[in-house]
Every structure is written in C-alpha cells, then in structure tokens.
Design a protein around this ligand. Structure first.
Ligand code: GSH
Length: 209
C-alpha cells in the first residue's frame, strides 16, 4: 500500500489535491470514487463523503485529511524538502491568500454560480462583502505579484491557482490579464501538467464509456 490513499473523482475539486500530490512527490494510490457508490472507506474517513479526501498511513495511525486547502498544506508539511512551505517572512501572504481563497473567494464564486444575492445593505455581514470586491482584491494582488507569496511558487498557489484556473475555464471569474498571466505561469509547471494529463485522460475514458 502507498503512504497515502487519495479518494478521487477527476470531475471535482479532487483535481486540486491531485496537483498538490504531484507537487509534493509523496507516494499515493488513487481510490476512484463514483458519486452514486461511495466506498465505505471514504465515508469512514470523511462522513461528508466529499472529494478530495486523503488518508495518510503512518506507523502510529491513519490520518484522514479533508478540505482541499488543508490537504494542500498538509502535503507541503510532510514533504518539507520540496520548498512548498512559506519561509517565515512569506507566511503572512501564504496564509492570507490560502484562507482568502478557501473563504471569501469560494463563497463569492459559489454564491454567484447559484444565483444567491446578498440583500441590499447586508454586505457588511457577509465574509466576502461582494463578488466584485473579492475579485478585485485578488486581481490587485496578482497584478503586482507573480505568486501568492510574491516572487516564489508555494503550495498556496496550488489552491489559489486552482480557483483562478477553474474560474477562467468555467467563466466564474472574469478574464482579466492578471488572472490569465497567473494561470499561464501555473499551467507551465511539470506537476500541474502531470496531474491534469491523468485527470483529463480519466475524464475522457469516463465520457467514452
Ligand atoms: N470544502 C470541500 C468541498 C469538497 C466538495 O464539495 N467536493 C465535491 C466535488 S467538487 C464533492 O465531493 N461532491 C460530492 C458529494 O458531495 O456527494 C473542499 O474544499 O475540499
């Protein structure tokens, strides 16, 4: 058995963890998940039955990690030689943008996709304030910084970058030059390409029966 079992469906946020697994270089096996037949082992590890979920088989116990950003950071921690963790002076930016993407950005995109509108006068109670403000805030950063931490790729870029990559691909983010340039930098990475090649092949296989 590999060190990590990765519960995955390629048509899902599992793609984020798949890219992170390739960046970290850890040993993993994919456990394929069909939405209408979730394995008991997935539900035991994550009662939400959500993808991505990983289980790290360590000598002392099996450690289940859920939530894509947590999985990304966990993988950076267990593969310290890969340079995916922030240096001390980068950690403010790293955690700021990782949590920004997991909180305000995800909520803003989902709310827009679902047609959920913030009632007039209630933006102050909503973590993302407004979709436009959330998008503009990330755009401002990426217009002047190549990566979440400035000049260097870190694991935060797998998570933030996945939101931008998907947002551009599915039209849930506006096609702004700063987003496009950031996505291009990320799409050139070997780990990104390796993970996406496998996911795209698996999707094609599903679609072709
Ligand atoms: N908060 C979770 C969200 C995960 C999630 O919603 N995954 C979806 C696929 S994109 C899923 O597993 N859906 C299947 C289901 O809920 O049955 C994360 O960030 O990883």
């Amino acid at each position: 058995m590999a060190d990590i079992s990765f519960f995955h469906n390629p048509m899902s946020r599992g793609q984020i963890a798949h890219w992170a697994l390739h960046e970290s270089g850890v040993d993993f096996d994919i456990v394929p998940v069909e939405w209408d037949a979730k394995p008991e082992t997935l539900l035991a590890a994550n009662p939400m039955g959500k993808i991505p979920t990983i289980v790290h088989h360590t000598p002392s116990r099996d450690i289940a990690v859920t939530e894509a950003p947590a999985i990304c950071h966990y993988l950076a921690v267990i593969a310290p030689d890969k340079g995916l963790l922030p240096r001390e002076e980068e950690s403010g930016d790293y955690f700021r943008w990782m949590f920004f993407a997991a909180g305000p950005l995800e909520q803003a995109i989902i709310a827009k996709s679902m047609g959920w509108n913030v009632p007039d006068g209630r933006a102050g109670m909503v973590g993302f304030g407004s979709y436009d403000l959330t998008v503009a805030t990330l755009e401002d950063w990426l217009a002047t910084h190549d990566y979440a931490c400035g000049t260097r790729f870190t694991m935060a870029d797998v998570y933030v970058g996945s939101a931008v990559d998907w947002g551009l691909a599915f039209g849930t983010l506006p096609d702004r030059p700063a987003f496009a340039a950031y996505a291009e930098r990320l799409r050139a990475r070997d780990a990104y390409r390796a993970a996406k090649a496998k996911d795209n092949a698996a999707i094609a296989e599903k679609q072709n029966g």
